[in-house]
Write a protein that binds this ligand. Structure first.
Ligand SMILES: [Fe+2]
Ligand SMILES: [Fe+2]
Length: 280
C-alpha cells in the first residue's frame, strides 16, 4: 500500500492505491475537474473503470502502458454512468484493444447512451450479470445501483478483495482547492460549517467544494441519501471517486457523509432555492 503521507507522489505516473488497483487519472484544465479512471490488474486480467474523456485518451493510455499492460489484456470496460468525462475515449480504447472478448459493463439505462459513443463492443447490463463481475482468480467486483445520483442508471463498484469502493460522481469535487490524490482535510475542519473560504486556514474549503459539486450535480437529496445508505452499508476501507480525491479513513468518510446528509437543497431544489433568493 502506498504511503499517503509521501508528498512526492508523481501524478504523471500511474499510482497504486490498493492491491492491483491503480489510479490512471488526469487534470482536466478545461473543465476545472480532476478525472480519475482506475485500472484493476488481477493475475494478468485487466478491467478499466470510467476510462476518461476523448481529449485525455493519450494521458490515460500512457499510464496504462507504463504499468506494463498489453492492451489486449483488457477484458472489461466498466462505465458507472454515461457522461463524456468518463466515456469520451471509448472509441479510442476499442481501437487499441485487440481483444475479441472485450465487453462493456454498465446499466441498461446507461447503455442506451453509451451506444452513441460506440456500438462496437457488446454491452452487458449489471442486472443481467447478477450485479457482479468475477475475475478468473475469483476476485469479485460487486455493483450497487445509485439511481439518479446522478444518472438514472448510475451505480458504484465495490472490489471485495481490497474493500475499495469506486463511487463514480459521489464524493466528487470541483478543483477550486489545491488538488491532491488523497484528500487532505484538516481535522480542525471536521466540525465547522463549510464556507467557500475556511475561517481556520484562510484557504478555499475542500468540504465546501465537495458539497457544491453535489448540490449542482446530484438530482435530489433523496437520491443522494439513497446512494449514501448503500455506501455506509458497504463500509469500504478506501473510496475512489471519479472526481476529487480519495477518501482513505472511516472517520473522514463519515464526516463527509454527515455533511452531505445535512444538505436539504440538492439538484432542482437547489436551483429553486437559489432562484427564490435571487441568486440565479
Ligand atoms: Fe457525471
Ligand atoms: Fe463525472
Amino acid at each position: 500500500m502506498i504511503d499517503i503521507n509521501n508528498k512526492e507522489l508523481d501524478y504523471f505516473q500511474p499510482i497504486q492505491i490498493a492491491e492491483g488497483v491503480h489510479w490512471v487519472g488526469y487534470a482536466d484544465s478545461n473543465g476545472g475537474l480532476h478525472c480519475n479512471p482506475y485500472i484493476i490488474i488481477d493475475d494478468g486480467e485487466v478491467v478499466l473503470i470510467d476510462g476518461g474523456s476523448r481529449d485525455d485518451f493519450s494521458t490515460v493510455m500512457l499510464k496504462i502502458l507504463r504499468l506494463g499492460i498489453n492492451p489486449k489484456q483488457i477484458n472489461r470496460l466498466i462505465y458507472q454512468h454515461f457522461d463524456p468525462d468518463l466515456c469520451g475515449n471509448l472509441p479510442h480504447l476499442e481501437a487499441i484493444i485487440p481483444n475479441p472478448e472485450l465487453k462493456i459493463i454498465s446499466h441498461k439505462d446507461n447503455n442506451v447512451f453509451i451506444n452513441y459513443y460506440s456500438s462496437a463492443s457488446p454491452k452487458l447490463c449489471i442486472e443481467e450479470i447478477g450485479y457482479a463481475y468475477t475475475f478468473k482468480s475469483g476476485r469479485r467486483l460487486e455493483f450497487y445501483r445509485t439511481p439518479y445520483a446522478h444518472a438514472p442508471g448510475s451505480f458504484i463498484t465495490y472490489d471485495c478483495k481490497t474493500r475499495t469502493l469506486f463511487s463514480s460522481d459521489i464524493f466528487g469535487s470541483y478543483d477550486d482547492v489545491n488538488w491532491s490524490l488523497y484528500s487532505n482535510i484538516p481535522k480542525e475542519c471536521y466540525n465547522c460549517k463549510p464556507e467557500i473560504n475556511c475561517r481556520l486556514t484562510q484557504t478555499e474549503c475542500p468540504i465546501h467544494s465537495i458539497l457544491d459539486f453535489h448540490r449542482k450535480n446530484m438530482n435530489s437529496a433523496e437520491s443522494l441519501n439513497y446512494a449514501l445508505d448503500q455506501i455506509e452499508n458497504l463500509d469500504p476501507l478506501l473510496v475512489a471517486p471519479q472526481h476529487g480525491s480519495l477518501i482513505d479513513s472511516k472517520e473522514k468518510l463519515t464526516m463527509i457523509i454527515d455533511k452531505l446528509r445535512e444538505e436539504k437543497y440538492i439538484g432542482f431544489d437547489y436551483f429553486l432555492q437559489r432562484t427564490r433568493n435571487g441568486k440565479d
